[in-house]
Design a protein around this ligand. Sequence first.
Ligand SMILES: CC(C)(COP(=O)(O)OP(=O)(O)OC[C@H]1O[C@@H](n2cnc3c(N)ncnc32)[C@H](O)[C@@H]1OP(=O)(O)O)[C@@H](O)C(=O)NCCC(=O)NCCS
Length: 170
Amino acid sequence: MALTARVLIEPMNLADVAAVHEIERLSFTTPWPAYAFEQELKGNRLAHYLVARAGDAVVGFAGVWMMVDEAHVTTFGVHPRWRRQSIGRQLLLRLGELALSIGARRMTLEVRESNAGAQAMYRGFGFEAAGRRRAYYTDDGEDALVMTTPDLADPTMRSIMEAERGRWAT
Ligand SMILES: CC(C)(COP(=O)(O)OP(=O)(O)OC[C@H]1O[C@@H](n2cnc3c(N)ncnc32)[C@H](O)[C@@H]1OP(=O)(O)O)[C@@H](O)C(=O)NCCC(=O)NCCS
């Protein structure tokens, strides 16, 4: 059975940006600069970001932009030392709940074609491949898979979220 780290998932605030940026830097070949997160938190009314905390440490983060009726996942990362401990799954559940609470019908995202781990995590939450964006990643020209959930209000999604909630409740 997979390891589970107990984390608290909360809205990201400006004091979290340095730690979030460090995880971003360790996770992506073209990381967002720290000021991009600051601008998102200060000035983008469509943006919603969460962090996972283990004690005082920020160990993961994720965010969406609310685009009409879709919650589009903009970024998602867990610190390399904290991976494979179900933190991504816990963040994804809370992101799904957040998406529902702001009126999203579904969630969408782009993920590198080679990123099998992230794709497996998203599939476990009901995402399915819905298309491809050719040469989406400008650093190396890799394609992105577009993934989307069914309607968040559908029984399938409700039961996935219910099962995930049960898993992390104590
Ligand atoms: C993708 C990422 C967020 C997963 O976070 P995590 O906390 O390690 O994920 P979890 O432990 O919650 O794993 C959830 C599921 O994802 C899948 N998964 C995660 N990492 C995996 C890997 N390296 N290989 C295969 N499957 C993987 C598994 O199905 C896993 O479920 P299981 O543990 O019950 O088998 C993390 O690896 C990461 O930050 N990667 C770099 C950034 C990134 O790729 N972000 C996504 C961009 S779209």
